[in-house]
Design a protein around this ligand. Structure first.
Ligand SMILES: [Zn+2]
Length: 270
């Protein structure tokens, strides 16, 4: 790989199933299920993670499922196993996919947690040798405030917190510049949770947005379909409007939602 290139590996690290009949939070967690005809098949959604090979270091965005779900799914999910199920086929764990590319967890400069929901943090113990593991200060505070929503997978992991800085990026003009050169920006896009961010990866005049759970699929921003779990509805509407605006920019290569069934694992080179 040329040394000034950036490569984003889009992984599927298993799948998540949420039973739509179990109400959780303020609203039906998967309010969009009406869109799917065959519920029994289509409610298994991919759980993505992204490995960014960047000139400044190796960066992982979210962790996907822990290999523990293969043998002790219920125990690992805890109370969430009432409504959620986790599936992680052999070879799909984030560390297994990294290994195929020749990487070990200790090669990771950063693990960025878009937000702290269980399908994004379950695999933390597998990548704890990373040099830095980070989430936003606001998200961290919410894990204390809402212990029912957030399962503590970070007991033995040191999580660093960053504070969003005022900027001209995003729906609320706040972001965190990871390397100080705007090549990887963590852009505050609140709604699904308070501290959640979108990752903007920019290189050679083009950018990719990894929006996490700001939307579950392309239709989320194209048709304003809100995720079922929303901590701040007004903010969520604004965040999706911003994603839509970004999608119309000429230098936008791709926008990826974490649980989009239309997305297949692939590699993006910028
Ligand atoms: Zn999720």
């Amino acid at each position: 790989m040329e040394h000034n290139k950036v490569r984003i590996n889009v992984f599927h690290t298993g799948q998540v199933y949420v039973d739509p009949s179990v109400p959780r939070g303020e609203k039906n967690p998967f309010a969009f299920t009406g869109l799917f005809r065959d519920k029994s098949k289509r409610l298994w959604l991919p759980v993505s993670a992204y490995l960014i090979e960047h000139p400044q270091g190796l960066v992982l965005v979210d962790t996907g499922w822990n290999t523990l779900v293969r043998t002790e799914e219920k125990k690992h999910l805890g109370y969430a196993s009432i409504s959620d199920r986790a599936r992680l086929p052999e070879g799909e764990a984030v560390t297994e996919q990294m290994k195929r590319l020749g990487y070990h967890p200790s090669d990771l400069e950063y693990v960025l947690l878009s937000h702290m929901d269980l399908d994004h943090t379950s695999g933390l113990s597998m990548v704890k040798e990373a040099k830095h593991i980070m989430c936003s200060e606001e998200e961290w505070k919410d894990t204390k405030k809402f212990p029912i929503r957030y399962k503590n997978y970070w007991k033995e992991t040191e999580i660093e917190r960053f504070i969003y800085e005022p900027s001209h990026y995003g729906p609320v003009n706040r972001s965190y510049d990871l390397f100080g050169d705007e090549s990887i920006l963590l852009i505050s896009t609140p709604g699904h949770s308070h501290g959640i961010f979108t990752v903007q990866v920019r290189n050679s005049g083009k950018f990719v947005l990894l929006i996490g759970d700001v939307g579950y699929m392309r239709a989320s921003w194209e048709k304003q379909i809100l995720p079922g779990i929303v901590a701040d509805k007004k903010a969520e509407v604004k965040s999706l409007e911003w994603v839509k605006k970004m999608s119309e920019q000429e230098d936008c290569v791709e926008i990826l939602a974490n649980h989009d069934q239309e997305v297949v694992p692939h590699v993006i080179e910028l």
